[in-house]
Design a protein around this ligand. Sequence first.
Ligand SMILES: Cc1cc2nc3c(=O)[nH]c(=O)nc-3n(C[C@H](O)[C@H](O)[C@H](O)COP(=O)(O)O)c2cc1C
Length: 195
Amino acid sequence: MTSLSVVAVCGSLRDESYTRTALAYALDAAERAGAATTLLDVGREDVPMYDPDVDDQGVSELLATIEAADAVLLGSPVYHGTFTGALKNFHDHCGWDEYEDTVVGLVATAGGGSYASTLEHMRSTVRGVHGHVVPEQVGIRSASSKFDPDPEAIDDRAISDPDIEERLRDLGDAVVRDARRFATEPCEGTAAADD
Ligand SMILES: Cc1cc2nc3c(=O)[nH]c(=O)nc-3n(C[C@H](O)[C@H](O)[C@H](O)COP(=O)(O)O)c2cc1C
C-alpha cells in the first residue's frame, strides 16, 4: 500500500512558535499511523503577498505539495480573534485544485483563553476551497504555559498538559483515518462553480 502524505502548514512566523510544536506532535501521530509527513512553515517559505494580476508568483512547488497531500493540518496562533495574515495569504494562493478530496485538521494556539472563532474561521475558509475538515480539532489556550523545554521531546518541547498532547495525537490519527477513506473512495465534486 502506498503511504499517505500529510502536510502541516504553520501560520506563525515566530521562531519559537507553539503552533509549530503542536503541529509536530500531530504529525508524529500521523507518521505512527503510517503516513509520510512534511511540515511547511509559511514564514520560512517566503510566500509572496497573493496578487491575482501575477500569473506565476513562484509558489508552484509549494502548491504542488498541498495538492499532492492526502491530508493537510493547518495551524495558526490566534491573532485578534482569528487566524494569522500569514496563513490567510498562503491560503489565498490555494484553491479547489489544492484541496479537492483533501482531508484537513485544524489547530489554534491562543495567548489568552479564546480560540473558538479562529478555528471557526479556518473551518469556513477551508470549506471555500472544498477541503474536508475532520470534526476533531485542537485549541490550546494560555499556550505559553503549556510547552516546556525538553531536549528529548518532539521539537525539543514537552507538552505539560497530557490532554492536549492526546488531542493533538488524536487529530493526527483522525486525518490519516479519513484520508484512507478518501483514498479508497474519492468523492465526486457536486458543488456548483460559484459555491
Ligand atoms: C498580533 C497578535 C495578536 C494576538 N491576538 C490574540 C488574541 O486575540 N487572543 C489571544 O488569546 N491571543 C492573542 N495573541 C497571542 C498569540 O495567540 C499567542 O502568543 C500564540 O500562542 C502565539 O503562537 P505562536 O507561538 O505559534 O506564534 C496575539 C498575538 C499577536 C502577536
